[in-house]
Design a binder for this molecule. Structure first.
Ligand code: SF4
Length: 260
C-alpha cells in the first residue's frame, strides 16, 4: 500500500488520485454550534450536503460499483454524515469488510475524537494509516463556547463540563495514534471572535504531540446552526492565522516540503 497516494495528505496526487467516503455513521456524540445536524458533518463536508446512510454491507456493494466505474480511487474513508465513533460497531465492521476485500486500499477516518481512543489498536491492526481529528480548542474555557453539548457514554454533558472530557479524549487518542505510526491530521475550524486568537496555542500543543498536519479551515455559515449569526472569517484573517500557525506548524506547505 503506497501511503503517499492520499490526496488529502499529499498535494502532489490531488489531481491523479481520488477518494470515496462511505456514509455509514448517521449519528453524532457532540453538538458543534456551527453544525446543523440535518446535514453531513461540516468538519469534513461543506454545509448543506446530505448523504443517504448505508449499512456496512451496502457500503461494500456501493464500493464495488464505484471501483467498476472509477479507476483512480486510492482512498476509502469514513467521515460522516455524523461521527464515526458515535456508532463504532458499524464503522469498524465497514473498515474490516473493506480491508478484507481490498487489502491494498488506503483506509482513512475523520472524527471529533471523543470515542476514538478504544479503537486505535484495531485501526492500526487493520492498517488504517490516516486519521483526521477536529480540535477547535485546547483551552476548556474557549472550547466550552463552541459546543452545545457532549454526549459521553449515556450522559449528555454541559459544554462547561463536557469540554474537559472531549479535550482529554482527543489528546489521549492523538498520543495513541502517533505511538502506532498513524499519519494524523488535525482540522481546526476558524471561528471569528471565539478561537481565532487561540489557534497558535492549538498549533503548539499539536506540535508537542507530533501531529503530522494542522489544517486551519475557515468556518462556513450554516443557516440552521447556533452560530448562524457568526460572520465568516475574512480571507485576510484566514491568511494571517495560517501564517501564524504555519510558523509553528506548516500544513500543506510542510507536506510539499516533506515530499520534496
Ligand atoms: S462532529 Fe460537529 S460538525 Fe460533525 S456532525 Fe458532529 S456536531 Fe456536526
Amino acid at each position: 500500500m503506497d501511503r503517499s497516494n492520499h490526496p488529502c495528505f499529499n498535494v502532489k496526487v490531488r489531481g491523479s488520485h481520488g477518494r470515496v467516503h462511505l456514509p455509514v455513521a448517521p449519528r453524532c456524540n457532540i453538538q458543534c454550534k456551527y453544525c446543523d445536524r440535518k446535514y453531513d458533518c461540516v468538519n469534513e463536508s461543506r454545509p448543506g450536503v446530505t448523504s443517504a446512510v448505508l449499512t456496512p454491507m451496502q457500503a461494500i456493494i456501493y464500493l464495488d460499483f464505484i471501483f467498476e466505474k472509477t479507476k483512480n480511487i486510492s482512498v476509502v474513508g469514513i467521515a460522516g454524515p455524523g461521527d464515526p465513533f458515535a456508532t463504532p460497531e458499524e464503522t469498524m465492521e465497514t473498515l474490516r469488510l473493506v480491508r478484507e476485500k481490498y487489502p491494498e486500499i488506503i483506509l482513512c477516518l475523520a472524527t471529533n475524537g471523543l470515542g476514538l481512543g478504544p479503537y486505535v489498536d484495531e485501526l492500526a491492526r487493520i492498517n488504517v494509516k490516516h486519521v483526521t481529528i477536529t480540535v477547535n480548542a485546547v483551552d476548556p474555557e474557549i472550547g466550552a463556547q463552541i459546543y452545545s453539548f457532549i454526549r459521553y457514554g449515556k450522559r449528555v454533558l454541559s459544554p462547561e463540563f463536557g469540554i474537559k472530557i472531549l479535550l482529554e479524549k482527543q489528546l489521549e487518542a492523538i498520543k495513541k495514534l502517533k505511538e502506532r505510526g498513524v499519519t494524523t491530521k488535525i482540522n481546526t475550524i476558524i471561528l471569528p471572535g471565539i478561537n481565532e486568537d487561540h489557534i497558535e496555542d492549538i498549533a503548539k500543543k499539536m506540535s508537542e504531540l507530533g501531529v503530522d498536519i494542522l489544517n486551519c479551515v475557515p468556518f462556513y455559515l450554516n443557516k440552521g446552526s447556533a452560530f448562524a449569526h457568526l460572520p465568516e472569517a475574512s480571507k485576510e484573517v484566514v491568511k494571517k492565522i495560517r501564517k501564524k500557525s504555519g510558523s509553528i506548524y506548516p500544513s500543506d506547505v510542510s507536506l510539499r516540503k516533506m515530499q520534496g
